[in-house]
Design a protein around this ligand. Structure first.
Ligand code: TXA
Ligand code: MG
Length: 358
């Protein structure tokens, strides 16, 4: 199949392109589109055949449920029942935006879309192209991140193309996304709200609206043997081809350790990449002999770090990097989402930097 690429205009969605894309989804086809978090791979959420196609295109296990994207509040009542007070409060505060809520589903939503579960993940995104597309497609668009299963979520249309060209009908190119990490997922089907995936809407933000919110233990504790409540968090996502190790500690000790480790890896013939904040960049460039040193921006600018992380992991893949070292980042607020993704990419390999590069 030939994948059509449509460039969205700077000043808003291209009406003709959106109409074509909506038509494709209504007929059971697949269209990748930008959202404020990452690119999504959209199909008709109410059509079981479309959901099956999504799993096939991504190479994704079909027990991993999809998020249903809507473009107006009232549509939630068609796919979720009951809609609890907590959902209304969260929607008032954060929708449209980078928040997904898990609710009990109605019969309208096929099991193929929810990976066999009786619950449904609902998201009302705020990106203009996404909203126009969902509307044109009939109002209910199932969309996982538009990467091949196991690769970092795409923050640019170019990466969607790398992973899915020839496997989907169309890609809407809306440029680089704003946030760069997937939406926060909060489960509202149990007595207490629980975060299943941290994201841009932080625990503190949710608590300011709902009061106490819990976090799935499997997110906080790498050694936790329980299965994660969001099936997708079980898979080793976001995995770069190179072996990634995170070093934490005082900046000086981290710089020294990373440089020493990098030089040793070079001696073994590895191709080394370093993920650094601006603050230590010149140190690595001078002392590490690494093949590629990339900045995520200033370590105090969480938004810049979140936006660049997946892009950098993909760039290292393209450059054939075999060993990656990364600084660790503060875990408060949005930092929790950043470290959650970085730790998953590292297969939870994190070490304390003691200086002198042991
Ligand atoms: O930001 C985002 O959420 C992006 C954009 C495209 O909207 N989408 C996204 O979808 O990240 P995906 O499929 O890559 O991740 C969805 C996650 C998976 O971990 C899945 O297991 C979980 O949501 N999930 C979906 N439905 C669920 C349900 N009913 N119960 C628990 N977890 C669910
Ligand atoms: Mg994904």
């Amino acid at each position: 199949m030939e994948t059509i690429l449509i460039q969205m205009e700077e000043n808003g969605p291209d009406r003709d392109g959106i109409a074509r894309a909506g038509e494709i989804i209504r007929r059971g086809g697949l269209v990748a589109f930008p959202t404020e978090t990452v690119y999504g791979l959209g199909g008709d959420a109410l059509n079981p055949a479309s959901s099956r196609k999504i799993y096939a295109a991504k190479g994704r296990p079909s027990d991993n449920p999809l998020i249903v994207h809507i473009c107006r509040w009232r549509d939630i009542y068609r796919i979720a029942q009951p809609v609890p007070e907590a959902a209304k409060k969260l929607a008032d505060a954060f929708w449209p935006g980078p928040l997904t809520m898990i609710l009990h589903k109605t019969a309208l939503v096929p099991k193929e879309t929810t990976g066999g579960l009786d619950t449904v993940a609902v998201r009302y995104p705020m990106d203009g192209t996404a909203l126009a597309l969902i509307d044109a497609a009939g109002g209910f668009v199932a969309a996982p991140s538009a990467n091949a299963s196991g690769r970092p979520s795409p923050t640019l249309a170019r990466y969607v193309r790398e992973d899915l060209d020839g496997r989907i009908d169309m890609i809407l190119d809306g440029g680089e996304v704003g946030i760069g990490l997937e939406s926060t997922i909060v489960d509202l089907t149990e007595e207490k709200p629980m975060i299943l995936r941290p994201g841009y809407v932080t625990k503190e933000m949710l608590e300011s609206v709902l009061g106490p919110v819990e976090t799935d233990r499997t997110i906080l504790d790498a050694d936790c043997k329980l299965p994660p409540r969001a099936p997708g968090m079980r898979y080793r996502h976001y995995a770069p081809k190179g072996e990634l190790t995170i070093l934490e500690g005082e900046p000086e000790a981290v710089a020294e350790t990373v440089c020493a480790r990098s030089r040793r890896a070079k001696e073994r013939g590895e191709k080394v990449g370093i993920i650094a904040a601006d603050e230590l960049l010149s140190r690595y460039r001078a002392d590490s002999r690494a093949d590629s040193v990339k900045s995520v921006g200033s370590r105090t600018d969480e938004e810049a770090v979140g936006r660049s992380l997946y892009r950098i992991l993909r760039e290292f893949d393209d450059e054939g990097i075999t060993v990656i070292f990364s600084e660790s980042f503060p875990e408060g607020g949005f930092g929790q989402a950043i470290m959650n993704r970085l730790l998953k990419a590292a297969g939870h390999r994190i070490e304390k930097a003691e200086g002198e590069g042991k």
